[in-house]
Write a protein that binds this ligand. Structure first.
Ligand SMILES: [Ca+2]
Ligand SMILES: [Ca+2]
Ligand SMILES: [Ca+2]
Ligand SMILES: [Ca+2]
Length: 639
């Protein structure tokens, strides 16, 4: 017994469980940095009970040596059990020496026993109460997914396990995500069904936030920790810069993921933090097909504060055997006021947080771009019209001009389509750059367009359309269309696709109004602070929603699927559902009556079914009437 590795880790578990809640995790040094045992000390068992004197003699032979005999244990066992400290000798030397003594029954190093807990060095981990709730910010200690305990078991997914994030894309150059992105042929990280290219750059933030909860790089000394510290994140962009998408884009995303799976990419789960109240049969069938191909589908229950048993939300409520529907809990383990629930239709809770962006919300990675001087291009209109050209088609009146206006109470100059008046009907006018921006050599970078825009348009019939040109204005493609607006300034960003990274890039706007007679009510548009530059790669944000709860479960899925690599998708799902912490506030609201507990889901206990049949979660047989979900961010699908 001289080799430290002989000792199974499970030996510590019994020893340590009771201390978990009494010792601050700050005392648990990161694994790899801590010593395995106390140098110069051994635990020795001598044959018979008469060895105490000999032990003290042996200890006193070294300066500072000592022997501590455990009297009760020694009498009870009939052998002398002691800890010896012999300075000046290495533990290895002591082990060898005592093992050679025929009177020694047993000798081992004095191991340093770690807590069953592991905390990463990411500077903002202390704000991530959903992972490890110490009661910070007024929360309840333990109202978390027991990630710190789980990480003592496993921090990383297996290298080939992939999680598909169907969302607004992922900020591919983010400092805390870059290393965890899946890379396919040609180095792409997924696909973009909004811009229809293989660069699913996030131009909203939501998808990057979700991705960070699942798998921000853990223990890298930056930002936050994901549920899985190391996992492959595949970005499938199906929601646009405003957070909207269509059922067809959703279906295209399913088709693409299935094709990758069939091509051998080991996709274990899809994160679906989106939804709508109208079911689409083809999409339901597609999710079922994904299930038959071994892919779990983790879906947000929705943010309407409704009972999904009677007001279903899709895809969470499709009632398929591979779906896990997730409700949102707060830092005190209560169901949040916005979360949908359903005793028959919503499976479990996970931290979704409080609205309002405070400490009770969920902190994760984000993407942002604020145009400013020093960017690749920037024009705040304060120097006049030098970069611009305006034009009109047909009978349109070209009224474009730079006006004096205010934003956030501060005077500024900005473009207006119709200064000092309401815009005319049947307009088709253009505001475009008159010079090229050189974007050659920027492939692989996260190049963004950004602006401040103030919109007051007849919703659904009059539009401002953002256009990009790759060839100095010879051809233009519509990139994003704006309508409605409410006459308030807002920041807008979108990514510049690879096809436009030429030496002759330009952007511009088309303003179009129809013939409807409501023109007197609308002021038109104002445009300011336009820029082309790089996304902020160290952006973080706090938001809340079932959108945020869902990726906690998805991250857990990645770790469970890696810890039990031979388990079927059904068994992994069963394990997640059967290991929840039962919580009073959820007992009559959710199928499992509980909140995700990652630590328990990683245990090999007999109380957790490994075959997918045990436990009380036979969801596929539940009759469903068929029913979105991001209340706060308005991530609804546009019909
Ligand atoms: Ca793109
Ligand atoms: Ca990190
Ligand atoms: Ca300005
Ligand atoms: Ca109109």
């Amino acid at each position: 017994m001289r080799n430290a590795s002989f000792f199974p880790r499970s030996r510590y578990i019994l020893l340590c469980l009771w201390v978990l809640f009494f010792i601050s995790p700050a005392h648990a040094a990161p694994e790899g940095e801590r010593a395995r045992f106390v140098p110069g000390e051994v635990i020795v068992t001598y044959r018979g009970t008469g060895a105490e004197e000999a032990l003290h003699l042996r200890a006193s032979s070294a300066e500072g040596g000592s022997a501590r005999v455990f009297g009760a244990l020694s009498s009870a066992s009939g052998n002398t059990v002691a800890v010896l400290r012999i300075p000046g000798k290495s533990t290895e030397e002591l082990l060898e020496e005592f093992a050679a003594d025929p009177n020694v029954l047993d000798v081992s190093p004095n191991y340093i026993i770690s807590l069953l807990m592991r905390t990463p060095n990411d500077p903002r981990f202390s704000e991530q109460w959903g992972l490890y709730n110490t009661g910070q910010s007024g929360g309840s200690g333990g109202a978390d997914i027991s990630a710190a305990r789980a990480w003592d078991v496993r921090t990383d997914a297996l290298a080939d396990r992939v999680i598909a994030v169907l969302d607004t894309g992922i900020a591919k150059n983010h400092e805390d995500l870059r290393a965890n992105l899946w890379s396919g042929p040609g180095g792409s990280h997924g696909y973009d069904f909004v811009q229809n290219d293989d660069d699913p750059e996030d131009d909203h933030g939501h998808g990057t936030h979700v991705a960070g909860i699942i798998g921000a790089v853990g223990n890298n000394g930056r930002g936050i920790a994901g549920v899985a510290w190391n996992v492959k994140l595949m970005a499938v962009k199906m929601l646009d810069a405003d957070g909207y998408g269509t059922s067809a884009q959703e279906l295209a995303a399913y088709n693409w993921v299935l094709a990758r799976k069939q091509a051998g990419v080991n996709i274990v789960a899809i994160n679906a933090s989106f939804g709508d109240s109208s079911p689409v049969q083809a999409n339901k069938n597609a999710i079922e097909t994904l299930g038959r191909n071994g892919i779990l589908f983790i879906a947000a229950a929705g943010n309407d504060g409704r009972n999904s048993d009677s007001s279903p939300l899709y895809p969470a409520s499709y009632g398929l055997a591979n779906i896990i529907s997730v409700a949102a809990t707060d830092k005190n383990d209560r169901l949040t006021s916005y979360s949908n629930y359903g005793r028959n239709t919503v499976h479990l809770g996970a931290p979704g947080g409080d609205t309002g962006g405070g400490a009770g919300a969920i902190l994760s990675t984000w993407t942002s771009y604020t145009p400013g001087p020093g960017d690749i291009f920037f024009d705040d209109m304060e120097q006049g019209k030098g970069n611009w050209i305006t034009s009109a088609e047909g009978s349109s009146q070209n009224l474009w001009d730079i006006i004096d206006t205010t934003r956030s109470g501060v005077p500024t100059k900005a473009w207006s389509d119709s200064p000092g008046r309401h815009y005319p009907h049947n307009q088709r006018t253009f505001l475009r750059l008159n010079r090229d921006i050189n974007l050659s050599g920027t492939s692989g970078e996260s190049i963004m367009f950004g602006m401040q825009v103030r919109l007051d348009l007849e919703a659904g019939s009059d539009f401002l359309v953002l256009q990009f040109s790759p060839d100095g204005g010879a051809t233009w493609r519509d990139m994003h269309s704006f309508t409605g607006g409410g006459d308030k300034w807002k920041a807008f960003i979108t990514s510049v696709p690879p096809a436009f990274r030429t030496s002759r890039f330009r952007f511009g706007f088309r303003f179009e109004s129809d013939s409807s007679n409501l023109i007197f009510r609308y002021a038109g548009v104002q445009i300011d602070d336009t820029g082309i530059g790089r996304a902020n790669a160290s952006s973080y944000n706090r938001i809340a929603g079932t959108s945020m709860a869902t990726p906690f479960v998805t991250g857990a899925t990645a770790l469970v699927a890696s810890h039990f690599p031979n388990g079927s998708a059904a068994a992994i799902r069963s394990r997640l559902l059967n290991s929840v912490d039962k919580v009073d506030a959820l007992s009559d609201k959710l199928i499992t009556g509980g909140r995700l507990n990652l630590y328990k889901a990683l245990q090999t206990g007999s109380d957790i079914g490994d075959d997918g049949t045990s436990g009380g979660c036979m969801l596929s047989s539940t009759p469903f009437s068929l029913v979105l979900l991001l209340p706060l961010l308005g991530l609804t699908r546009r019909k």
